[in-house]
Design a protein around this ligand. Structure first.
Ligand code: SAH
Ligand code: SF4
Length: 328
């Protein structure tokens, strides 16, 4: 699709045909199996001050936590017990774990638990990314958030678009399976910008793409801004599926948080991945990037039951492999 065609689809009056085509392309390229990645939100300490995010360092309303390395390991073991073949370890940025400790943890999870390990811990030096890769990390998620340099600069005052792109380049060079993505409905974001985001995703030849609606957080400077809609998020997802064919695309928690059926709808228009939360319940309420996040009172086993039921209801199956990239 050209840029104009993408813009046209994002604005199309009735998206039914777009969604049907995305579902067909999903089935043809990645099949009916849904991959589950257990999500461990291991620390909400963050050194950055992104305007949109509830974990930003200036937010004094959050009680900060930092799980001990042994507790993170025990949580990964619980993910195995629930049958997950892969975990995503996510946190705020610069949350004060020495790289050596993180490397030992990743190596231990890899050797003892045989899980595919995805990190989502923000911007690091090339040497740190390299050490974590050597320790066994398989994948890295780092959303570029928006391809508009201007908007990026406004929303992430202590980072730069250039640095984000440099990090994505390093991750690729180092042999990670690379995931990136955006928020849909950011203040000031236009359909043309989303079209550019999608073209950039294609150019970066990403292994995984995670998107979600922007949800305004009252504890941030973007309090009162209008939020992204599920409708535009699903249109964006569908176009991404059609344009990038066999990329792994999650139905994200943010989609499920703005609409009870958000993730189910996403699975029907392009998504093939779900990320059940395995974070210990006591920490969940404090890991709120945005308000209204689902599952904060649930236990890891509850999330497994909910998600496996969802997959079954849709007539799909749960994948029994770690769901590595289909790109390379
Ligand atoms: N600190 C890491 C990972 C945690 S944030 C990082 O920034 O990369 C993970 C993602 O949450 C971000 O990439 C962003 O896209 C999303 N996010 C943050 N605040 C949000 C909000 N208010 N609404 C929707 N998504 C949000
Ligand atoms: Fe920190 Fe990531 Fe939130 Fe930015 S988006 S404030 S880096 S946790």
């Amino acid at each position: 699709m050209t840029r104009d065609e993408i813009i046209e689809q994002l604005a199309v009056k009735d998206p039914a045909a777009l969604f049907a085509e995305a579902d067909r392309v999903r089935k043809e390229n990645v099949g009916d199996a849904v991959h589950l990645r257990g999500l461990i939100e291991f620390s909400n300490v963050c050194g950055k001050d992104c305007l949109y995010c509830g974990l930003r360092r200036s937010n004094r309303h959050v009680g900060r936590y930092r799980m001990e390395v042994d507790e993170i390991y025990a949580t990964a073991r619980q993910a195995v017990a629930l049958g997950y073949k892969s975990v995503v370890m996510q946190s705020g940025e610069s949350c004060q774990y020495p790289t050596d400790d993180m490397c030992r943890l990743v190596a231990r999870i890899k050797s003892d638990l045989n899980l595919a390990v995805t990190l989502s811990i923000g911007e690091k030096t090339r040497a740190e990314y390299a050490a974590l890769k050597d320790a066994g990390a398989d994948r890295f998620l780092l959303r570029f958030e928006t391809s508009s340099e201007k908007l990026f600069g406004e929303l992430k005052p202590d980072s730069s678009y250039e640095e984000r792109m440099r990090c994505l380049g390093w991750l690729r060079e180092l042999g990670y399976q690379v995931g990136s993505g955006i928020m849909v409905g950011l203040p000031g974001q236009t359909l043309a910008m989303i079209a550019d985001d999608i073209l950039l995703m294609k150019k970066l030849d990403l292994d995984m793409i995670g998107i979600g609606p922007f949800i305004a957080n009252p504890q941030t400077p973007l309090e009162g801004s209008s939020c992204g809609t599920l409708d535009l998020t699903l249109r964006t997802l569908a176009v991404i599926r059609i344009v990038t064919r066999n990329t792994h695309l999650p139905a994200t928690t943010a989609m499920g948080s703005i609409d009870k059926q958000g993730r189910q709808k996403a699975l029907k228009c392009g998504a093939n991945v779900l990320m059940p939360n395995v974070t210990p319940t006591k920490y969940r309420a404090q890991y709120q990037l945005y308000p209204g996040k689902i599952c904060i009172e649930d236990k890891p086993g509850d999330c497994f039951l909910c998600i496996s039921g969802m997959v079954k209801m849709l007539g799909r199956t749960i994948a029994d492999d770690p769901g590595h990239s289909l790109k390379r």
